[in-house]
Write a protein that binds this ligand. Structure first.
Ligand SMILES: [Ca+2]
Length: 567
């Protein structure tokens, strides 16, 4: 159950019940806007700081689009919510099924908490009335989010407010009881749940339960995730193409071997030559001085890092009596970071793209709560304000329990040797990774997919996503952009935050593509500070980039066009 007791949301229920009738009639979206605004305020107050959803966090905010899309007849349950406890099947058990007033839902919500051995759990929220659709939220990090907690609360609330059934899963373990990758130790079953089975199994079950409850099949199903959720998006399209009509995948963790080689290379570079936060600030300043204006707008954002030719040794000042600069050891470490991971002259993983060094927006809460700005390198190449170096923990967690068939609790970055260890990773890679560029089955079933990635994401390297998209194009020939499009977000950190716009409704966009055939030629991204929109920019389908037209304000999307020519 949602832990809302005493939070003030019960008062909100009363308020929304009084003010908002089920919004299928005229002006419904105006009522929904009022309800969602009220809910967003309350949710912002009750979401604790420890919850950091791995999502862009802006799905179902484009109410104008949704209002146009969702004019469908409301569908009602054919059974009582609590009767679902007596259903189940050999493969799953319904633990509880409780009716509740849903925040933002004028009717009610049936909350179904279910379990699948070993420790796979799901929460399925069934609104009454229902719009005939299922919305599934992806996971973050090494997953294990509690399904009775407030994970993805803002997105869930908004989706239910317009009638979606909503499902999410813990992906087979509990990250409080077994943090990091501890859950994977000695458990091949949990590894399978995390990497392959968990999402597909719970999606299938969610569709079965919805069919029982409403007496009708789910008519459309959607998946939306970032980071680990982005990897789940690609895995669904590759391995379970029937599961979803529309898929949104952000900053996808889809190639663990390449991603962790990238992280390992970063960590080895700074292991003996730690970079100070001050040095990274100097680095960011120098890079902006050199390259910011190259895209036509001096705005602290590198529109296309692929167009930048940066060489630390050539382009950075050396430390000396004439002013601040970098030591030989620092220049060597930086060269390794930007060059990427090499073995015998072959690049195994790309380096860090330029443009993430400077201070940008980060958030203290899942609902965009304020936090002091950080470098995009914080918690990856330099410690964050709390002294955390998340990238090293991620790499070592993977090396211990997810990289090899045999667990190795003593493994760390200094013991890892790519030349020796890469051949031993093939079996786990085939389970964990989702790097197959053949999406023929997903295309054939009429599926549409939107991928997005922040260009200033140092956690999950965006160049990997670009290369994967190009591989899809090479594999599938012309017309890939008729069913899968990649939107790079210049200056955005991991899934959200950063130096530029970071809010956009990819969910509404993919729904419009699936249901109305509206091809996303661009997506409008927004930057919000202190509750106010301070910038809009078009996000362009790769390989197009946003080019300033030369007239009009540079904080206004209409001053930009999407064009093929770089930089
Ligand atoms: Ca710029």
């Amino acid at each position: 159950m949602l832990s809302l007791a005493g939070s003030g949301l019960s008062g909100l229920h009363r308020m929304t019940k009084m003010q908002v009738r089920w919004p299928w009639g005229r002006l419904w979206h105006e009522r929904a806007i009022a309800a969602i605004a009220a809910i967003a305020t309350v949710v912002a107050l009750v979401v604790p700081e420890r919850v950091l959803a791995q999502s862009n966090g802006s799905s179902f905010t484009d109410l104008a689009s949704l209002g146009r899309l969702l004019k469908v007849a409301a569908q009602r349950p054919v059974m009582r919510c609590r009767e679902l406890v007596a259903t189940g099947a050999p493969s799953y058990t319904v633990l509880t099924a409780e009716p509740a007033g849903g925040p933002g839902v004028a009717g009610s919500v049936c909350r179904v908490h279910g379990a699948v051995p070993l420790e796979l759990e799901f929460m399925l929220e069934l609104p009454n009335p229902w719009n005939g659709r299922l919305y599934v939220l992806g996971n973050g990090g090494y997953a294990g989010e509690s399904v009775t907690g407030d994970y993805g609360m803002a997105e869930r609330t908004r989706a239910m407010a317009v009638g979606f059934a909503v499902m999410f899963t813990n992906l087979g373990h509990d990250r409080v009881r077994e943090p990091g990758t501890d859950w994977a130790r000695n458990s091949f079953a949990k590894k399978l749940d995390y990497a392959v089975r968990g999402l597909h199994t719970t999606t299938t079950i969610a569709k079965d339960i919805a069919r029982l409850y409403y007496g009708r099949r789910v008519q459309r199903s959607y998946f939306d995730g970032c980071s680990t959720g982005g990897g789940q998006a690609l895995k669904a399209a590759q391995r379970f193409p029937a599961d979803y009509d529309g898929i949104v995948g952000g900053a996808p963790v889809f190639d663990f071997v390449q991603l962790q080689l990238y992280g390992w290379n970063n960590q080895m570079a700074v292991l003996n030559t730690p970079l100070s936060r001050e040095k990274v600030a100097l680095l960011g300043q120098r890079i902006m001085d050199l390259f910011d204006a190259q895209d036509g707008v001096k705005d602290g954002v590198i529109e296309n890092p692929l167009a930048i030719d940066f060489d630390p040794v050539r382009d950075l000042p050396h430390a000396g009596p004439l002013g601040p600069g970098f030591t030989d050891a620092e220049l060597s470490a930086l060269s390794r970071i930007y060059r990427g991971t090499f073995l015998d002259g072959r690049q195994l993983a790309p380096g860090v793209p330029v443009g993430a060094e400077s201070l940008g927006q980060v958030y203290a809460t899942a609902d965009f709560g304020f936090a002091p700005p950080e470098s995009g390198w914080a918690t990856r190449l330099v410690p964050d304000r709390q002294g955390h170096m998340q990238q090293r923990a991620n790499v070592e967690g993977w090396l211990k329990y997810l990289a090899f068939e045999q667990d190795d609790p003593d493994m760390d970055i200094t013991r890892f040797d790519p030349g020796r260890d890469l051949p031993r990773m093939q079996v786990m890679s085939s389970i964990m990774d989702a790097a197959d560029p053949d999406l023929g089955d997903f295309k054939a079933r009429g599926g549409k997919m939107i991928l997005y990635h922040g260009w200033a994401d140092v956690g999950v390297n965006p160049i990997m996503t670009v290369r994967y998209y190009e591989k899809i194009q090479r594999t599938m020939g012309k017309g890939v952009d008729r069913f899968v499009r990649l939107f790079m977000v210049p200056g955005m950190f991991h899934c959200r935050g950063g130096l530029n716009v970071d809010r956009f409704d990819a969910a509404a966009t993919v729904i419009a593509w699936v249901e109305r055939g509206e091809v996303p030629e661009r997506i409008i991204g927004t930057r919000i500070e202190d509750g106010k929109v301070v910038r809009t920019r078009p996000l362009c389908p790769y390989p197009q980039v946003a080019r300033y037209k030369g007239i009009g304000g540079t904080d206004n999307a209409s001053s930009f066009s999407c064009e093929l020519s770089g930089p």
